[in-house]
Design a protein around this ligand. Structure first.
Ligand SMILES: [Zn+2]
Length: 311
């Protein structure tokens, strides 16, 4: 069993970009361990019988998307391998040159540490590990007067849940994403909250907020198919006027609190195409766009998708 030298030289590290509008410093626990990280990254290019597995980025942090690429050296291989991760089994999708990929979510609710990834295919199964390091997310303290919270309606909850669970084999996007609004970012991904002094352990800011003015354009950050259109008048009490775009292969975007919606369900959108306008519908205290990017049903940090993207 030899490690494929060609693959190793192509093994690149995607460093996520760091948001600039967040005042709270973040901890990168493994910053000082570059040598160890590089060594373990190379070890991850593990031969699996006739398969090669690559995990990127080399030193992920909570909130990052992990890419697991399995390359089959058997050109006749057509069955997609599966990847077991966080007690769930994920499908892989063909991405060309005998390669299959699963994109996997990590979130601020996960625990940092060494995680197992089990890859199964061609009658073989192999366990790999990936070290996911901690990240300090900014904290907000919110005081809510009693009775002020707005809950989602049942129809809203069901439609949004079904949308976020989409795993469409077709891949619509290509390369890096663009910001969905030209305004400045007002709240970054992953912010944690205390409500009335109590830490909300299941809460994290599941997206990025943009403070473009009322009526400013919201554009598709990448190609996709419109798979959710909901209106405040139809019971979308929390999301307000909302558009969901399916980018394919388990990657979806949601755009909330819109004043206007310019697309309908089933539309194919191109990157940069207007899909709506910023508003303050639903549970919103002022005009802003909330953009949530989800991978396999979980909200992840869009940073690496905006800076480098995934092929
Ligand atoms: Zn938000």
């Amino acid at each position: 069993m030899t490690i494929d030298r060609l693959l190793m030289t192509r093994f690149t590290t995607l460093l996520p970009s760091f948001p600039k509008d967040v005042a709270v410093p973040r901890l990168y626990k493994f910053v000082g361990l570059n040598v160890g990280i590089a060594a373990s990254a190379i070890a991850l290019a593990t031969p699996l019988a006739a398969m090669q597995v690559q995990i990127k980025p080399a030193s992920p942090k909570l909130g990052d998307t992990l890419s697991v690429v399995v390359r089959s050296d058997n050109p006749g291989s057509s069955a997609a391998p599966t990847v077991r991760f966080k007690d769930k089994t994920y499908s892989t999708f063909p991405i060309g040159n005998n390669r299959f990929r699963a994109l996997l979510p990590t979130t601020p609710l996960d625990s940092p540490g060494t995680w197992q990834i089990q890859v199964s295919g061609e009658g073989k199964s192999e366990k790999l590990t990936v070290k996911v390091s901690n990240r300090r997310f900014p904290i907000q303290r919110i005081n809510l007067p009693p009775g002020k919270s707005r809950n989602a309606t049942e129809t809203e909850r069901q439609q949004v849940r079904a949308f976020k669970a989409l795993v469409t084999p077709q891949k619509y996007w290509s390369g890096s994403f663009i910001a969905p609004n030209k305004g400045r970012r007002s709240t970054g991904f992953g912010v944690r909250r205390y409500y009335n002094g109590k830490f909300a352990k299941d809460y994290y800011h599941r997206g990025v907020d943009y403070a473009g003015g009322f009526g400013s354009l919201v554009v598709a950050p990448a190609a996709g198919r419109v798979a959710l259109v909901g209106r405040e008048s139809e019971g979308f009490r929390v999301h307000g006027n909302v558009v969901g775009v399916d980018h394919g292969q388990g990657v979806v975007s949601i755009f909330m609190h819109l004043s206007k919606i310019k697309v309908k369900e089933g539309d194919l959108v191109k990157p940069g195409q207007a899909i709506g306008a910023i508003g303050s519908t639903g549970a919103s205290t002022g005009p802003h766009l909330h953009w949530g990017l989800y991978v396999q049903g979980e909200s992840i940090d869009p940073a690496s998708w905006l800076s480098a993207g995934w092929e």
